[in-house]
Design a protein around this ligand. Structure first.
Ligand code: SF4
Ligand code: SF4
Length: 68
């Protein structure tokens, strides 16, 4: 499964500021972190588990998630 999209949402990693709010908000632990010094953003770790609840879209202050 994709690291940039689930059935319901897509990530625009360029907009991610690595605040990790969405990681805590996702009820299914779908979202993971790429966390290197100059390379920090979210990716989908378990995209197949996404239920389309939209919490990630509503949580991100930088608009990094969009509906598919
Ligand atoms: S839509 Fe819901 S389940 Fe899917 S990644 Fe976003 S917060 Fe997690
Ligand atoms: S809430 Fe937005 S800016 Fe913060 S980690 Fe998630 S995608 Fe990145």
């Amino acid at each position: 499964m994709s690291r940039k999209a689930t059935r319901y949402v897509k990530i625009d990693a360029r907009k991610c500021k690595a605040c990790w709010k969405c990681v805590d908000e996702c009820p299914r632990q779908v979202i993971g972190k790429i966390d290197f010094w100059f390379h920090k953003h979210v990716m989908f770790r378990h995209s197949e588990a996404c239920i389309g609840c939209r919490k990630c879209i509503e949580t991100c202050p930088h608009g990094a998630y969009v509906e598919r």
